[in-house]
Design a protein around this ligand. Structure first.
Ligand code: N01
Length: 551
């Protein structure tokens, strides 16, 4: 296997005119480039980092690994790639996933069209030319027919604006921006703020060598043991011999993951049978615990049974009863904030060098020279780790100054929350596409499955436009309004909106509370997108000369 690489190639030249600009060189951007090349289009990927890999380039905190199994969290578009690549563990760690991203970049010759260390700052639509003017922080301006935002859903790291942040003399890190050279926390007093997926993975690893770890928890999280382990040759072979059939099945599931879905209500089983079901899933491990029954996200009564099971597991693992109760989530249904998968997370609180501080009712007041203050008490640290998450789904897009028809800014259009048709486009912004944008299954799914579905759909759409000499694709206002209404309606049939989650924008002060991803299911959504295409891109205007509808 090749060693991890980052910036191994000289930055490529940015042409002034091109068919397509792709923003971001994560899994979405790289595959988009590959597909656009297949259409004979000229395309360039602009990437802020010094290497490819997106999420897996930035998130290098200790313990970072994917909690979807690697046999499923990988590209399916190349039979040779999926047969020849071998994963070393059931859930690959960040360095291995980054190696995979680099392998893909090399294998498909993508680097020559990827410009690294180049952040897109603005994209402005020129209605006369029907082109996007894309500007970068290096001062380039590229004129592109199409602009594809492959910017990722969790790429805008959030540092809460605590007073006194600058005064802290120790080291400060964010899990989403971890230094590439690594960080030595051995023997240090470390404060960790946050208890989401990143913290839950990082804390047990940091605790192995730190002098002391103090975790500041605002909201406890449900987490299931990952049960990670080495990939066995039998398991790998079993997948590889049936890859096509399994990938096809995964595409039809609710979240793009084959998970032994139990298609019955939790309330149909006796309490004893339910306990057996949950225990079996707990032993198997992983976030597919939520597939124990078919109504865990729609029925509060069913959900309560799963939530109570996990709370009892926490109580049985954590020796100190008070700490166990603090770690047991009680005020939101299981799964409605992103469920986590861990290795020794709850167990870590049995160590003498780990303590938990509940900050729900006593928010962090400020940082000081020596540490931070909460509940009137100062805690002293050598290092503080912010595991405080992201301005998810919309944050990165809105950081770019995107202006569509008549100079309308996307920030203004999305002031009350994102509005899209299919999570792919937004009206008034022709030829601007989003990969796994708000309004699509996106973060509720196996990202690789959803990325491939979007990229494939979009490549087909642009191929369709190309073959008809069309140069403009744009959703109608009506199609967008109907889709937004549908996304909301489906979300409100579930328990999800009841939690103050980042899915709802609740983690960012002032962000509109709108359930952003589409919860109708990956299979159903795919079918809908395919139907739209089969009906000549229903809900889109696909035009050649100005005003002439061709599609
Ligand atoms: O971020 P998060 P993350 N004061 O937003 C707390 C994916 N991911 O980086 O819940 C005090 O989940 C905040 O508290 P609260 C995955 O989709 C995947 O961990 O808002 N605390 C919360 O505890 C995941 O969901 C993988 O009350 C503050 C934490 O910080 C997503 O990325 C691994 C605070 C943030 O948790 C984001 O995960 C890692 C404040 N002012 C991530 N502000 C895998 O595949 C925030 N918090 C395994």
């Amino acid at each position: 296997m090749p060693e991890p690489t980052t910036a191994t190639t000289a930055p490529c030249h940015v042409p002034s005119e091109i068919d397509a600009v792709i923003v971001g060189a994560g899994f979405a951007g790289m595959y988009m480039l590959h597909r656009l090349r297949g259409l004979g289009m000229s395309a360039i990927v602009l990437e802020a980092g010094t290497g490819v890999g997106g999420t897996w380039y930035w998130n290098r905190y200790p313990g970072a690994r994917c909690d979807t199994e690697s046999m499923q969290y990988s590209y399916s578009f190349s039979p040779e790639l999926q047969q020849q690549w071998s994963w070393s563990e059931r859930y690959a760690g960040q360095p291995e996933i980054l190696r995979y991203a680099n392998h893909v970049a090399d294998r498909f010759g993508l680097r020559r069209d990827i410009r690294l260390e180049t952040r897109v700052t603005a994209a402005v639509w020129d209605d006369g030319k029907r082109r996007w003017q894309v500007t970068t922080d290096r001062g380039d301006t590229v004129s592109a027919r199409y602009c594809v935002m492959a910017t990722g859903c969790l790429s805008n790291a959030r540092m809460p604006d605590f007073p006194g942040r600058e005064s802290f003399r120790g080291e400060v890190y964010h899990t989403g921006h971890w230094p590439h050279e690594g960080v030595d926390l051995a023997g240090k007093r470390v404060g960790v703020i946050g208890t989401g997926s990143s913290a839950i993975q990082a804390i047990p690893v940091i605790a192995e060598t730190a002098a002391h770890v103090t975790v500041f928890q605002r909201t406890p999280n449900y987490s299931i043991p990952a049960r990670n382990g080495p990939m066995t040759p039998d398991y790998e072979q079993d997948w590889k011999t049936q890859y096509d059939a399994r990938r096809a099945m995964a595409r039809q599931t609710r979240n793009g993951i084959l998970a032994n879905f139990n298609d019955k209500s939790a309330l149909e089983d006796s309490p004893e049978a339910r306990q057996r079901q949950y225990e079996a899933r707990w032993v198997t491990g992983g976030t597919t615990f939520m597939a124990s029954y078919n109504d865990l996200i729609t029925s509060k009564a069913s959900n309560d049974t799963a939530a109570e099971f996990v709370r009892n597991q926490i109580r049985s693992i954590v020796k100190d009863a008070k700490t166990a109760e603090l770690l047991a989530p009680k005020d939101y249904p299981i799964g409605t904030k992103r469920i986590c998968a861990d290795t020794n997370y709850f167990e870590v609180y049995n160590r003498d060098n780990v303590s938990l501080v509940d900050i729900r009712n006593a928010p962090i007041e400020r940082l000081t020279e020596k540490g931070l203050v909460t509940g009137g008490k100062e805690y002293e640290f050598d290092a503080v780790v912010f595991a405080t998450g992201f301005d998810a789904m919309t944050g990165t897009l809105l950081k770019i100054d995107i202006r569509g028809r008549d100079g309308q800014s996307l920030r203004t259009k999305w002031e009350a929350g994102p509005r899209t048709y299919l999570g792919l486009m937004t009206a008034g912004f022709p030829n601007l596409f989003m990969i796994t944008g708000p309004g699509s299954p996106s973060v509720l799914s196996n990202m690789l499955v959803s990325i491939e579905q979007h990229v494939d759909w979009l490549a087909d759409c642009l191929g369709h436009a190309q073959s008809r000499q069309c140069n403009l694709v744009e959703p109608t206002q009506q199609a967008e309004d109907d889709w937004v209404a549908h996304v909301n309606e489906v979300a409100h049939k579930t328990l999800y909106p009841s939690a103050a989650s980042w899915y709802m924008g609740a983690n960012v002060p002032g962000k509109p509370r709108v359930f952003m991803p589409y919860i109708g299911g990956v299979g159903r959504y795919r079918q809908h997108c395919d139907d739209v295409a089969a009906k000549g891109y229903e809900g889109f205007r696909v035009e050649g000369r100005v005003g002439e509808r061709v599609g």
